[in-house]
Design a protein around this ligand. Structure first.
Ligand code: C2E
Ligand code: MG
Ligand code: MG
Length: 636
């Protein structure tokens, strides 16, 4: 009963009283008329309301029909197993087929085979009464369109009797997502995979590792001297070089392998399913060769080297660990010699820890002023007199004992600690040499040689450091020789030439240390203001052998004489070597035969001994056996 009926009935009940009055008079009473009128009014009103509802229903149906028919979304009605019983007209646009062609078909026939599982899950969930949303591709002509599909189960609604599937074109959203995903997993400069994607792939390789017998390997690459290209030719050239490197890398691996740029000048390659690690080594060598060929960047020939680390991918590793192992191996490859490769070995971790400890201890030693200097005399080969002293750095560590420069100078160079070490050696050695030159009569002309690291040579403070050491000590510039190695000269940069000339302008002399071991070239001897060549001890060794002709030593001494450059032979250990060198015309030498490096006190005592010998007017003589003995007491 409609609620509106109750007031109507109440009116009817009131008029009955009046009707009873009228009936007594035998006439249709006013009350009865009013009551009939009220009932009539009530019926008309209800009829009108019913008519309104029908009209609203029709309007709403028309509205919904229009919405369904004109919407760009497609509305489908399907059976529980996906047979299409109705398709809205927009299906022509989305599916590229007319309604008639669609109706009666199975939805599965229109969906991409790879998305069949998604459709299956969708239909099952709908059957269980869930309202679901799923995405799949539908065929349109020759292509596939991504759609988002929403379900409503209206199987119990007689007018529908099916599942309503609302499909919407989401291809734009999908392609935007794909673009964003690509960006998130790729390096924007080289378009190679980035670290995330690389680690992802390594994770898959690890997961597959136990099943496949063929191993996988990670290669870690770092370009040598990339920074130089960036600094000298600019960042745009640096970028171009990175892109070109990425291109060459791609030619060295198989299509299925993943190449990634991890950042800066670091790349990684995942080699999946290789025969063995020998296979990986071959690829590493191929890459090394490919990158070593010159690049033309901004019209210039650019050379880069590469250091490579290799590590096998094993099941006990996380992707990060696999990459870290290859990185560690690369670090060792770089340390050995640039442009090499190294294969990861577990000992590398302990070696790295030792290296880090050494670094920390060295840092502490520099701070605590524990870096000492010893002096090795440089002798006039003809007279046995002391010509000068080479300052050699010494580090005495409480636990480690005496640490050789060959162990710590390289670490000091890599960490930059060589700068404070070099400054200290330079400053203190100049003071010491000046003290000897003033206090010891025979040492008035003592020459001081100080080794200068290539790293320090590149520092803008170098000139200031040298000038400061000279000013502070009062040592005359001509008494100081700075020793540099050939590798420093090999850099051939303009700034290096400027630096050399500026040092020369101070009046300081320059020596090439270990001459003959690097890429000796006559060219740079003429080009650079060199005063002294120090013949490396490996050549001196040949001088004493009666069988071998010391061709190189002969050539170096002759070259020095022609160019007006002094020669100092290093590492003279035996009298025959000294004699041989002297016979070849070499004037100066140093080595264990004369003395090892001496503490300042021992060197001072030796100078004093020299003075006394001369005060006693001992005849000047060559280093006679007795003299050798006196020098032998300086041997440690
Ligand atoms: P170097 O400048 O060629 O120094 C000569 C090295 O040969 C010294 O080794 C010296 O002790 C050693 N030596 C001298 N005579 C003989 C000999 O007859 N036989 C043999 N077998 N060796 C001999 P040390 O002191 O271990 O220094 C090694 C290298 O470390 C030096 O080679 C130099 O390149 C570097 N170095 C030493 N002191 C410094 C320094 O203050 N600064 C820099 N940057 N490098 C330094
Ligand atoms: Mg030296
Ligand atoms: Mg040397």
């Amino acid at each position: 009963m409609s609620s509106g009926l109750w007031p109507a009935l109440a009116i009817v009940a009131g008029s009955v009283v009046i009707v009873a009055d009228g009936a007594r008079q035998g006439l249709p009473t006013i009350g009865a008329v009013i009551a009939m009128g009220a009932v009539g009014l009530f019926l008309v009103r209800n009829l009108r309301e019913a008519h309104g509802e029908v009209e609203a229903l029709m309007t709403s149906e028309a509205r919904f029909k229009a919405l369904v028919q004109q919407s760009s979304d497609v509305t489908l009605i399907t059976t529980a197993d996906g047979a299409i019983s109705y398709a809205s007209p927009s299906v022509a646009e989305l599916f590229g087929q007319e309604t008639a062609a669609i109706e009666g078909k199975a939805l599965a026939a229109l969906v991409h085979p790879d998305d069949a599982a998604s459709l299956g899950r969708f239909l099952r969930a709908v059957a269980e009464g869930d309202m679901v949303v799923a995405e799949w591709r539908v065929k349109r002509g020759d292509s596939w369109v991504w759609t988002e599909n929403t379900s409503t189960d209206l199987r119990n609604e007689p007018s529908i009797a099916g599942i309503v599937v609302n499909a919407r074109d989401i291809s734009e959203r999908r392609s935007l997502e794909a673009r964003l995903t690509h960006q998130a997993y790729h390096d924007s400069l080289t378009r190679l995979a980035n670290r995330s994607l690389f680690l992802n792939r390594v994770a898959h390789a690890i997961a597959r590792a136990p099943r496949g017998k063929r191993p996988s390997a990670v290669l870690f690459l770092d370009l040598d001297d990339f920074k130089k290209v960036n600094d000298s030719l600019g960042h745009a050239a640096g970028d171009e070089l990175l892109v070109a490197c990425a291109g060459r890398l791609a030619t060295c691996v198989r299509p299925g392998d993943t190449i990634a740029r991890l950042g800066g000048d670091e790349f990684a390659v995942l080699l999946e399913g290789i025969a063995d690690m020998q296979d990986a080594i071959q690829i590493a060598e191929r890459i090394s060769g490919a990158l070593r060929t010159s690049f033309t960047i901004h019209g210039r020939d650019v050379f880069v080297g590469v250091s490579l680390g290799l590590a096998e991918v094993t099941t006990d590793l996380t992707p990060d660990e696999a990459l870290r192992n290859a990185d560690l191996a690369m670090y060792f490859a770089k340390g050995q010699d640039k442009g090499r490769y190294a294969i990861y070995a577990p000992e590398m971790h302990t070696q790295l820890v030792e290296r880090l400890e050494l670094e920390a201890d060295l840092r502490a030693a520099v701070d605590a002023n524990q870096i000492e200097i010893e002096y090795q005399p440089i002798i006039h080969l003809n007279t046995g007199d002391v010509y000068g002293a080479e300052a050699l750095v010494r580090w005495h560590h409480a636990r480690r004992g005496s640490v050789a420069p060959s162990t710590f100078v390289a670490v000091a160079e890599e960490t930059g600690l060589i700068i404070p070490v070099g400054q200290r050696v330079l400053g203190r050695a100049c003071e010491q040499a000046q003290a000897w030159r003033t206090d010891r009569r025979r040492a008035r002309d003592l020459q001081l040689s100080v080794n200068l690291s290539g790293r320090h040579f590149m520092e803008p403070t170098l000139l200031h450091d040298v000038r400061y050491a000279l000013d502070h000590s009062g040592l005359e510039p001509r008494a100081l020789t700075l020793e540099i190695t050939e590798s420093v000269l090999m850099q051939r940069s303009e700034s290096m030439l400027e630096q050399l000339n500026a040092i020369k302008a101070l009046g300081v002399r320059l020596a090439i240390d270990d001459f003959g071991t690097g890429y000796s070239s006559l060219g740079y001897l003429q080009r650079f203001p060199i005063d002294i060549l120090k013949i490396d001890r490996s050549f001196v060794e040949a001088v004493a052998h009666a069988t071998s002709d010391p061709v190189l030593v002969r050539a170096i001494i002759a070259l020095g004489a022609t160019l007006g450059i002094e020669t100092i032979a290093e590492g003279i250990e035996r009298v025959e070597q000294r004699d041989g060198l002297r016979a070849l015309g070499c004037q100066l030498g140093q080595g264990y035969y004369f003395a090892r490096s001496l503490t300042p006190a021992a060197f001072d005592a030796m100078l004093q001994d020299e003075s006394e010998r001369h005060v006693a007017h001992e005849p000047r003589r060559l280093l006679a056996p007795s003299r050798q003995r006196s020098v032998a007491c300086w041997l440690r």
